[in-house]
Design a protein. Structure first.
Length: 201
């Protein structure tokens, strides 16, 4: 920072946090004015740095709080949120994220789901799911599927799965994000109603 003052052909020079006087005595009123300017400049720099540090700290705290609220919201949903990425040159996927609701629906630890130690989809539904997902991603539409999962105990869970692809500016598939919910009770009620109607008719 540089300040130039001219008075009767005499200059005051301010450079950084130090100063030099040319042709002025240390006791002159101009020297005092200059010293005040120098000190204010130095103090303002300290305040500026402290303010930047405080803003950075506040921004980090706000981001952490926002992330905490988001995770809490997701984990309280009556279902499971997930995100997976395709593995190049294969039909396999890598699960990047899945919320805690998946554990209750599938009966499996989240670690097993992330590591994909098992294929939870019912054997009779796997081909249908694979083809349907491929078609949705090819058409770049919103997918909605109903299929069965098998728990470790052998129980059947019906799920409604809604998902869509995330694409780069070049049109390349980056990831798939979705949400699935347990609709077993609804399916069972519907089947019971249909069975009762058949008996009546």
């Amino acid at each position: 920072m540089r300040f130039n003052f001219s008075t009767s052909g005499r200059n005051l020079l301010v450079s950084g946090t130090s100063f030099s006087l040319t042709g002025l005595s240390q006791g002159s009123k101009y020297c005092q004015v200059f010293e005040n300017i120098r000190q204010k400049s130095f103090n303002s720099r300290i305040i500026e740095v402290a303010s930047m540090d405080a803003m950075h700290s506040t921004a980090e705290e706000e981001l952490q709080e926002s992330q905490r609220k988001w995770v809490t919201l997701i984990n309280n949903l009556p279902g499971a949120v997930y995100r997976w990425i395709p593995i190049p040159d294969s039909y396999k996927i890598q699960l990047e994220f899945i919320s805690e609701g998946a554990q209750q629906i599938t009966g499996r630890p989240l670690e097993d789901l992330i590591q994909q130690n098992v294929d939870m989809i019912h054997p009779d539904d796997r081909e249908m799911v694979t083809e349907a997902v491929g078609k949705v991603l090819e058409d770049r539409t919103l997918g909605e599927l109903i299929y069965r999962l098998v728990t470790p105990e052998g129980d059947i869970k019906w799920v409604l799965d809604r998902f869509s692809g995330i694409y780069s500016d070049e049109g390349e598939l980056i990831a798939v994000e979705g949400f699935f919910a347990d609709i077993t009770e609804q399916i069972e009620r519907q089947e019971a109603l249909e069975h009762a109607l058949e008996e009546v008719l």
